[in-house]
Design a protein around this ligand. Structure first.
Ligand code: SF4
Length: 289
């Protein structure tokens, strides 16, 4: 396993920071084409609460870069990160335009797009392939679980087989694939969570973003949580699973995130994710980072 910091330093020769971009897109799981209401854990912000907002992609990147420049220093590079909702749920023409705009911004050395496996049709893949020929491209896929039963429960609205095909297609066009996995989904035991990791490894995922299930206000999960239909993992319990997951990864797999956290203003549980510094220290200690 390699940490993201080390991976980026090796690949780019310096530290990389993300400049988050919010596009005016939605998700097939929200607009009725696949489902409504979204995944049970997804807030109205579409998993992109930390994104900047603004008019143009260029404006958003400039704002995001200026916010971290003093901390990042002159040698840092930036990844334009299309984070919120489904970053490829749009026309190929629009996608090409915004990706070109991002990649031509000063300081941008890579592009990362978060999307769903079922939003990667041939026209979209052609745009991504063209982009990947000129700049490192990361595509983040929200798998969350390999269990199609759990997928129904969380209202993911696509089959795991679609994820496997998407990874193959993305790797064929030169993209680096990062898989999002949630531990602690309702009804899942440790073996199921490990199966999810094995599925992603077997599919050929290059990188991983792990997170514990967390509950945000105004989500379907909030109701389940308040009705005591779902248990949220304690910190030790969660990182025990992460430790086992890491053991399943190939040596060159990159862990981009050991856990996630929701925005404090709408985060109901788990409490332990609210103390970011404590969690980071714990991760560093436990995983020898
Ligand atoms: S696919 Fe992503 S953006 Fe869409 S509802 Fe699920 S988590 Fe939210």
């Amino acid at each position: 396993m390699i940490t993201a910091n080390r991976y980026f330093r090796d690949k780019f020769g310096h530290k990389m920071y993300k400049a988050s971009i919010s596009l005016d897109l939605t998700c097939p799981n929200r607009d009725g084409s696949k489902g409504t209401g979204g995944c049970i854990f997804c807030s109205k912000g579409g998993s992109g609460e930390f994104s900047a907002s603004g008019d143009s992609v260029k404006d958003q990147i400039e704002r995001a870069v200026s916010q971290v420049r003093s901390k990042a220093g002159p040698d840092a590079g930036y990844i334009a990160y299309f984070q919120s909702f489904t970053g490829t749920y749009c026309s190929a023409g629009y996608l090409e335009r915004v990706l070109d705009e991002a990649s031509s911004c000063e300081g941008i050395e890579a592009i990362s797009v978060a999307t769903r496996p079922d939003c990667l049709g041939p026209d979209i893949l052609a745009v991504l392939e063209n982009l990947a020929a000129g700049i490192p491209l990361f595509v983040e896929l929200g798998l969350q679980t390999s269990s199609d039963e759990t997928a129904v429960l969380i209202n993911r609205c696509y089959k795991t087989g679609e994820y496997i095909s998407a990874v193959k297609a993305l790797k064929a066009i030169g993209a680096n694939v990062i898989t999002h996995i949630i531990f602690g989904l309702p009804g899942e035991d440790k073996d199921m969570m490990k199966d999810t990791v094995r599925t992603a490894v077997d599919a050929g995922s290059d990188g991983y973003k792990f997170t514990c299930l967390y509950v945000l206000k105004d989500t379907a999960l909030e109701k389940m949580y308040l009705n005591k239909e779902v248990e949220i993992l304690e910190m030790e319990e969660y990182f025990d699973i992460v430790e086992e997951a890491v053991k399943l990864l190939p040596d060159d797999a990159v862990v981009h995130r050991f856990t996630g956290d929701g925005p404090k203003s709408i985060l109901l549980a788990p409490e332990w994710t609210k103390n970011k510094r404590q969690v980071v220290n714990y991760i560093n200690r436990r995983f020898g980072l």
